[in-house]
Structures are given as C-alpha cells and as structure tokens.
Design a binder for this molecule. Structure first.
Ligand code: NAD
Length: 419
C-alpha cells in the first residue's frame, strides 16, 4: 500500500512507498514521460532492491484535460497535487497573446512554489556552441510567483488602461509614457518577503552544497524600486541572518567607503579563507555577457522571474541545450514541489519518437534528491553521463551515426542502470 509524503516540523517525511502524481503534459510530454518512468523505476529498484518503490498516480492537465473535462487545469488535479506535496510534470502548451493562462504559472501561484531551482551542468560529450562548456556549473534560483508573471495586464484602450492613465496623470508621471492613449500596461510586483524567501532558498542551498559564491542578478540600475529592491532586500536578509556564514559585496563597499580599499580587500580575503559564502550582485545584461565569457565565476544565482526565465534557457544552451535542462518548482516551507523539464512541448517533434527525454529524466533525479533518495538520483546521473559520453543519445545530442530514438535511448538507460 502506498502512502502520502508529509511535512512535519519543517521536514519532509517520505515513506518507502510514496504515491507520486505525474502529469504527462502536451506535445512531446507523453512520449518523454513513457520513456522516463521505467528509468525512474529501474533506478529505485537498483538502489533499494525493493525496499523502496514509487507508486505513480496519473493526473490530468493541458490539452488532454481540456478534451476530457473542459478545463485546462481541473480542480481535482489541483486538489491531488496539494494532498501529495511532490509531483513531476511534462510540458504544457500556453497560447501566445490569447487563450488560457499558462498552467505552469497557475500551478506555481496556486501552490505558492516560489523557488524555481534549475541546475545547469555539462555532461561530457554533449554538443555546445562554446569552447569550454565544462566550466558551466551553475544553480539558478528563479523567483516563481511575482514579477511581470503575476499576469496583471491592461489591454490598450481598456477601462483598466484608462484608470492607470488617470493614476499616472494624478501622480505626475504620465509624461513618461510615450503614447498613453494606445499603450497596454503590465504590472510588476516585487515584494520584500518574495525576494527574501527566494534569496534564503538560494543561500541555504549554497551553504549545504559547499558552494563559494552566490550572485544576485537584477536590473536595479533601471528598475530601482522593483529589481533594485530585490537586491537591497537580498543583501539585508543575508547580513541579518547569515553574518557568520556569508560576506556580502555590500559589506565590502561599506568597509571601502569608511576605511579604504586595502581594509575592504583584507576583509574579503579573510572571509574567503574562512570558507564564507561570498555574495555579490551583477546587472542582468552584464550577467549574460559574463556567463558566456567566464561561466566559472558563477556558482549559485538568485534572480527574479523574468530574468530567471531568460538566463536559465541561455545557460542551458551553453551546457548542451534544452534537451538536458532539468528544473523544479519548490516551496521549502510547505514542502510542495513540482519537478519538470525547462523546455516546452516542442510541437514539431511530437509523436515522432525523436524528442530528448533527458531533461525530464534529470528532473526526476532532482526529485529523488529532494526525497532524500540520493542513491537513486546518482544512479540516474551516472547512466545519463555514460550514454552521452558514448554518443548514444537522441539526435540533438549525438551524431546521426549513433543517434537513438526516444524509446531506444530510454531502453539503453535502463540497461545501463541494470548492468
Ligand atoms: P520549446 O522548449 O518547446 O522548444 C524550443 C526549441 O527546443 C525547439 O527547437 C524544440 O524542438 C527544442 N526542444 C525542446 N525540447 C526538446 C527536447 N526534449 N528534445 C529535443 N529538442 C527539444 O519552446 P517553444 O517552442 O517556445 O514552446 C512550445 C510550447 O511549450 C508553447 O506553448 C510554450 O508556452 C510551452 N512551454 C511550456 C513549458 C512548460 O510547460 N514548462 C516551458 C516552456 C514552454
């Protein structure tokens, strides 16, 4: 009999036979899920010899849900996700400029999955457009519930746009809008609590995993109150709560101002010697440049929703592409977590048995880590590493001579796990 994963006293309690929901999703979702699930089961069996086992619970979302129930994200699915705490999901379609809202955004907001953790690692043998992809080893923590993704938009000419125009007029800011009568508006909420809980998740991860630096990525030079606030509140939280474990470049700047460059350098060097986590910040456009030129300068990154969306795809491309870019959406306080690939539904590949399931498979390995099933996770990482190093993978990763279909690749991973 399967049991539920629970949260008790701030700790996840995982039974040996948890029931875990999965959502296959749209486009390539079903075929990558059908390939990934046997890999998860093989890894758990190999690691724990039957002592542990996952019972998978199928849930509906996306196009199939709409066909069957008339809803893109049925209430029952939401209720089951709330009850089970941990789930895994394939990609779902979001129409551009019209139609239903993103299911992902709805899930992240309803379950308050505020931290999107996306590790970007290079697997030897994966193709990359850069000369040294092996230097990319970056954990991105993207805030998941705020920013322009709140979805508060006023269409041009709407009552809401008119009301915003009036408000801007009253507050003397309308002259900043170039064409007020035909402008659509979007609202970008960034809060102190939202920023600090995300930064805290990134700091905790960095400390637990013995990382040396954490970088706050923002565009605070232009958006001084929203993105600038994220940076200020982030530094504030770290200085208040992690004074013994972390040294911030805001502290460095203060020491430099009060006591000069030499003392500031000494303090920084001392913090490094003591193994403290060094926290700096960088403006987002500069981050894109630096991450291409010197990816080894970045270890853990904390940023807001839109920046995080852009930069995790760009980093993934450097390390082998969206086909091997796993991700997760987590609320560390309630324990709720949904693991999913970074990529979308890749409609042009759907139904062709060509899509790369590695992103979803690695997302499953991250889920095992989250459950505390480290051994099963390591077995999956090892099998994926072996297959890619031997150029036995789907055609986005392997040359045409040795490329495998989605299902062949899945079978190879199961064989490697069992061997
Ligand atoms: P996409 O990620 O689906 O595809 C971008 C490119 O990457 C395409 O060239 C595609 O062929 C390639 N690609 C993606 N996944 C791959 C895989 N597993 N194997 C091999 N190649 C892969 O992005 P898109 O085309 O912009 O979006 C398609 C749909 O997916 C949209 O409706 C979008 O809203 C949705 N989407 C969903 C999620 C999600 O559910 N988490 C994320 C992103 C996009």
């Amino acid at each position: 009999m399967s049991e539920l994963i629970k949260m008790k006293n701030g700790q996840l309690r995982v039974p040996d036979n948890p029931e875990i929901p999965y959502l296959q999703g749209d486009g390539i979702g079903p075929e990558i899920w059908q390939t990934a699930q046997p890999v998860f089961d093989a890894a758990v069996l190999h690691a724990y010899h039957g002592r542990r086992e996952i019972e998978w619970l199928p849930l509906l979302a996306g196009e199939r849900a709409y066909e069957l129930t008339g809803e893109w994200l049925p209430e029952e699915t939401l209720a089951e996700l709330k009850r089970h705490l941990v789930a895994i999901k394939g990609p779902t379609t979001t129409p551009v400029g019209q139609g239903h809202r993103s299911i992902n955004v709805a899930l992240r907001q309803t379950l308050d999955l505020y931290a999107c953790w996306r590790p970007v690692r290079y697997f030897k043998g994966a193709p990359s457009p850069v000369r040294h992809p092996e230097r990319v080893n970056i954990d991105v923590f993207r805030e998941n519930t705020e920013d322009i993704y709140a979805g508060i938009e006023a269409p041009a000419g709407s009552d809401m746009a008119k009301a915003l125009e009036n408000l801007l007029q009253e507050t003397g800011q309308l002259s900043r809008v170039r064409f007020p009568a035909t402008s659509a508006f979007g609202i970008k909420p960034i809060s102190k609590e939202g920023s600090q809980r995300l930064v805290q998740a990134a700091v905790e991860y960095a400390l637990k995993n013995h990382r040396h630096t954490l970088t706050l990525v923002h565009k605070g030079n232009i958006m001084k109150e929203t993105e600038g606030g994220f940076k200020r509140w982030g530094y504030e939280l770290i200085e208040q709560n992690y004074a013994e474990q972390a040294f911030t470049m805001a502290q460095f700047a203060r020491i430099k101002k009060e006591h000069g460059q030499e003392l500031a350098e000494q303090s920084l060097n001392q913090a490094r010697k003591q193994g403290m986590l060094i926290i700096n910040d960088v403006i987002c456009d500069n981050f894109f440049q630096q991450a291409l030129l010197f990816p080894e300068h970045f270890e853990v990154v904390a940023t807001m929703n839109l920046n995080g969306d852009y930069l995790s795809d760009a980093l993934a491309a450097q390390a082998g592409g969206l086909g091997i870019a796993p991700g997760s959406n987590i609320n560390y306080q309630t324990g709720h977590a949904i693991f999913e690939a970074t990529h979308g539904t890749a409609p042009q590949l759907a139904g062709k048995n060509l899509a790369n399931p590695t992103s979803l498979i690695l997302s499953g390995a991250m889920m095992m880590e989250y459950l505390g099933w480290q051994q099963a996770a390591e077995i999956i990482f090892k099998a994926v590493g072996q297959a890619i190093a031997n150029q036995k993978a789907t055609s986005d990763l392997a040359p045409s001579k040795t490329a495998l279909s989605t299902s062949e690749y899945g079978r190879l991973l199961v064989t490697l796990i069992n061997s």
